[in-house]
Structure formats: C-alpha cells, structure tokens
Design a binder for this molecule. Structure first.
Ligand SMILES: NC(=O)c1ccc[n+]([C@@H]2O[C@H](COP(=O)([O-])OP(=O)(O)OC[C@H]3O[C@@H](n4cnc5c(N)ncnc54)[C@H](OP(=O)(O)O)[C@@H]3O)[C@@H](O)[C@H]2O)c1
Length: 307
C-alpha cells in the first residue's frame, strides 16, 4: 500500500464484483491509473464492462481466497448490505489503519455497519446513483442515471475518493449535506423497492392512484423520522419524491423486485428496517413502514428456509 502522501498509483480492492462493484472496478481498470484487484467468490478469466463510452474487456486480477489478500490503499465495499458480515474476512485482510473503505451501498448507516469490521480504517460512505446491471459474473452493464454517478461527503476522504475516479467516465460529486442526500435516496428506495417486490410488479404499479396514496403515507412517516434525525428536507418533500419516482420509466424494476423474482434474500434491514429504527429512536409511530417490514421479513425468512 502507499507509503508516502505523494504516491499517485494506488492499490484498490473491490469486494463484490456485482452491479455496482463491476461498474466501479471496470471503470477504474479501464482508466489504468491505479492497480485494481477484484475480490470475488468465484474465479473469472476476464471482465467485460458495457458502457455508453464503449465496451471494454479487461484482464482484471482476481482473488477468491481472503487469506491471500494484503492491506491496500482503498477497499470499495460493493456487496449488498446484508452481505457485509460475509465480507468481513476480506475486510480483515485488506484493511490497515491507513486504508480507506468506500462503502458503496444503499442506506444511511454506512459507518456503523462497516467500521467494526475494518480494523481502524477510515470509512467513506458513498451514495451510488449510476445504474449497474450484472449480466453475468464476468460482465456488467453500466448506465448513467442522472447528472452525477455518486456522491460523497465534502471532506478530505471524500475528496480523495473523487480523485480516485479522475480519468474515468464516472462523475463523483461532493456534498456538504451528505446526511440529507442519503435520506433522500432512502426515501426513493423506501417506496419503490418494497412495493415492487411485494406486488411483484415493475415501477408502473407506483402510478396507480391507490398505490400513490400508500406511497404518500409511507413517505410521510419516513420523512418525520428523517427530520428528527437531522435531515433538512423541503416542505414539499413528499411531492418531490413522487415526482422523482415518476421520472423513471414504469418498465423499470428495482433491485428488490429482481431479487424477489430470483428467490434471493431482499435488502430489507438497511432500507425499511433503518426507517423503522429511526422512528423508534424518536417515538414516531410508523404503522405503514412497520407493516412493510413485517411482510418483507416474512419473505426473507421463507427464502432462508428454502436455502
Ligand atoms: N445495482 C444498482 O444499480 C445500484 C444502484 C445504487 C445502489 N445500489 C446498492 O449498491 C449495493 C450493491 O448492490 P448491487 O446491485 O451491486 O448488488 P449485486 O449485483 O448483488 O452485487 C453484489 C456482489 O457482491 C458479491 N458478494 C457478496 N458477498 C461476497 C463475499 N463474501 N465476497 C465476495 N463477494 C461477495 C456478490 O457475489 P456473488 O455473485 O458470489 O453472490 C455480488 O457479485 C446495494 O446496497 C444496492 O442497494 C445498487
């Protein structure tokens, strides 16, 4: 790993070469400025990234055994949130106190989730806005979904993360109110993911008037909890969130919808679970989010029983 502050070629390990990790690892490897290592559960020979800027085929170095890993300058943790504990053996080998761990996962609890596993490394929460789609274990399609691809806090580790992606097509921006943005992203996930997964319908289901009414109720509870936690929302945050949802095509699914279709565990606790937990901390009643949480947990328990 880097020994001097001026070292510019850095070692970066990407844990979880899925939709988000594949997009990040492929973009960094194609730019060629740093040494990229993919930490996966299955070996792959080559990695292909499909993107608007052109498809690239990359000879990405891969490790499948955490015991062979050594400390690196950066870890990009790109598993689903509920797979974080399973990635602990990677973090234990890859992290030293000078390591930075970019947590490229949804939710609001990046630091609390990962710091206990990272051996004193600095945790850098990242909000991911690009759309990644894992087409195969060795192939990911990356789409830009808005005017930026990821957001970090406007602090020194955040600036270092922005530097990492210089020369790649990924547009990383800094925010001086990361907490509010994290909650704002959680609001989108809090309605789109559970409702599409529970109804097993794509996002067009959100356009039904009765479902919109339900969305407003779910959002009202979540916004009250978020404000109590310090999020600085607009007066009309519910209407804004619904408008943002309607910018997406009704044909799109959500990750929870696709996970349910595939019989995989759903990312519940970091999304609806975090909202209900925040409500509990502040004594805010959350009947709708609690109902969603109960149903989603029941699906996860049934999935686990089949595994
Ligand atoms: N997809 C998107 O466009 C998008 C956008 C914004 C935010 N997010 C968020 O980003 C996070 C990652 O989501 P994703 O869509 O990238 O998930 P994903 O496609 O399911 O990828 C997760 C990857 O982690 C790997 N993994 C799990 N445990 C591992 C372990 N112990 N060691 C090594 N690899 C391990 C999985 O490998 P296996 O193949 O072996 O299971 C898989 O390749 C989530 O919090 C999600 O909500 C996703």
């Amino acid at each position: 790993m880097a020994s001097g502050a001026q070292k510019s070629r850095l070692s970066i390990a990407v844990v979880g070469l899925g939709s988000v990790g594949g997009g990040a690892a492929g973009s960094l490897a194609a730019a060629g400025r740093h040494d990229i290592l993919a930490c996966t559960r299955q070996p792959i020979a080559r990695f292909t990234l499909e993107r608007a800027e052109g498809t690239v085929e990359l000879p990405l170095p891969v490790l499948t055994d955490p015991a062979q890993a050594k400390p690196v300058d950066w870890v990009l943790l790109c598993t689903k949130t509920h797979q974080t504990a399973a990635a602990a053996s990677w973090l234990a080998r890859l992290c030293a106190p000078a390591t930075r761990v970019a947590v490229m996962q949804n939710g609001i609890d990046h630091v609390a989730r990962v710091a206990p596993l990272a051996g004193g490394a600095t945790i850098v929460p990242v909000l991911v806005y690009y759309n990644g789609e894992r087409l195969a274990p060795d192939r990911v399609r990356l789409r830009h979904a808005g005017s930026y691809d990821a957001v970090v806090a406007d602090d020194e580790p955040g600036r270092a993360f922005v530097d990492l992606f210089e020369g790649t097509p990924l547009r990383i921006v800094r925010s001086d109110d990361f907490a509010t943005l994290a909650w704002r992203k959680l609001l989108i996930n809090a309605v789109a993911n559970p409702i599409t997964a529970l109804t097993m319908q794509r996002q067009a289901v959100l356009r039904r008037p009765d479902v919109q009414e339900l969305c407003r109720g779910i959002l009202g509870e979540a916004i009250a909890a978020a404000r109590a936690e310090g999020a600085r929302f607009a007066e009309d945050e519910i209407a804004r969130t619904i408008a943002t949802l309607f910018n997406f095509s009704g044909e799109l699914g959500t990750s929870m919808y696709f996970d349910r279709l595939a019989g995989r565990r759903l990312e519940v606790e970091a999304l609806t679970g975090a909202i209900v937990a925040a409500g509990e901390r502040h004594g805010i009643a959350m009947p709708l989010n609690r109902a969603l949480l109960t149903l989603l947990r029941a699906i996860n328990d049934a999935t686990a029983a089949k595994a």
